[in-house]
Design a protein around this ligand. Structure first.
Ligand code: ADP
Ligand code: MG
Length: 280
């Protein structure tokens, strides 16, 4: 069964792309087949897995505009089991071209459905807006992951995003869309502020907040300039381990929820696997 998740927050710089890349990589390292779709015209998810938009001929824009199928644009990455549908320069014009198009909100959903079955997980890296590309992502997704940066304005604008999700559901664009988890990113536990933001998020959103927190970690900031997910750049750093823990939590929450299996205590979770077959 294919599960589609949008990583969305209309604020820029909150860790959407870092999460999309490294959660996708961590899921692939757990033997899942994963497709990462780059919906941000900046193309950072594409360059972050080794395919800068300037070097890519066809991408997700061509699929959304109906020039080719999703299968025609897929690229392999350094991580086995992780494929990319890249952004190209054309993506920047797609929202304008779609304005008068038929089924403009459902272009991505149709494309993914045609390719369904090939992947366990499809991860959508959304742009920092609530425009038509994000609407396409939310119409195509089973759930939304919301990264929250553990800083002063973390919650600002969150209401807008939650309302947009509700509207997508109620308006009938996607009745099954769920809020699948809030992820605290760039957490620096040494600061009182970060600890307060985390506590506040957990007080307001309870179990919706993932147990896994992503620390502020220099290696996570460096990896994209080498075109590598963190697990290929520095598999033992704190950032890599945090994203692996997140992947395990996602698998446990999502897949095991269906089977109604009781929670696996953290100490009995599978040992993290890293590239090269070692253990972290
Ligand atoms: P968004 O996609 O929401 O705009 P990004 O994932 O691109 O956010 O992150 C914004 C910037 O912060 C990038 O330069 C990224 O490398 C850096 N960054 C993201 N997460 C972390 C982290 N946990 N630790 C350190 N730097 C991070
Ligand atoms: Mg981004």
């Amino acid at each position: 069964m294919t599960r589609v998740f949008a990583i969305s927050n209309q604020k820029g710089g909150v860790g959407k792309t870092t999460t999309a890349i490294n959660l996708a990589a961590a899921l692939a390292l757990e033997d899942k087949s994963v497709l990462l779709i780059d919906l941000d015209p900046q193309g950072n998810a594409s360059s972050g897995v080794g395919h800068p938009k300037a070097e890519v001929r066809r991408g997700i824009a061509d699929v959304i505009l109906g020039f080719c199928d999703l299968g025609d644009v897929l690229l392999a990455t350094d991580i086995d089991g992780l494929h990319l549908a890249p952004a190209t320069r054309e993506l920047v014009g797609v929202e304008v071209e779609l304005v008068d198009a038929d089924h403009r909100e459902f272009r991505l959903r149709s494309a993914i459905q045609q390719q369904a079955g090939d992947y366990d997980y499809v991860i959508l890296d959304c742009p920092p807006s609530l425009g038509l590309l994000t609407v396409n992502a939310l119409a195509a997704a089973d759930g939304v992951f919301i990264p929250l940066q553990a800083e002063y304005y973390a919650m600002e604008g969150l209401g807008e995003l939650l309302r947009a999700i509700k509207q997508i559901r109620r308006g009938g664009l996607n009745r099954k869309l769920e809020r699948s988890g809030i992820l605290l990113t760039m957490v620096d536990r040494r600061t009182r502020l970060a600890r307060d933001v985390c506590d506040q998020a957990r007080a307001v959103f309870g179990g919706e907040v993932f147990d896994a927190e992503i620390p502020r970690n220099v290696r996570l900031g460096e990896a994209p300039s080498f075109g590598k997910p963190i697990h290929a750049y520095d598999p033992l750093c704190r950032g890599a381990i945090a994203y692996s823990n997140l992947a395990l939590e996602v698998i446990q929450r999502i897949e095991h929820a269906d089977e109604e299996v009781p929670d696996v205590p953290a100490e009995r979770r599978p040992t993290l696997r890293v590239i090269g077959g070692g253990a972290a």
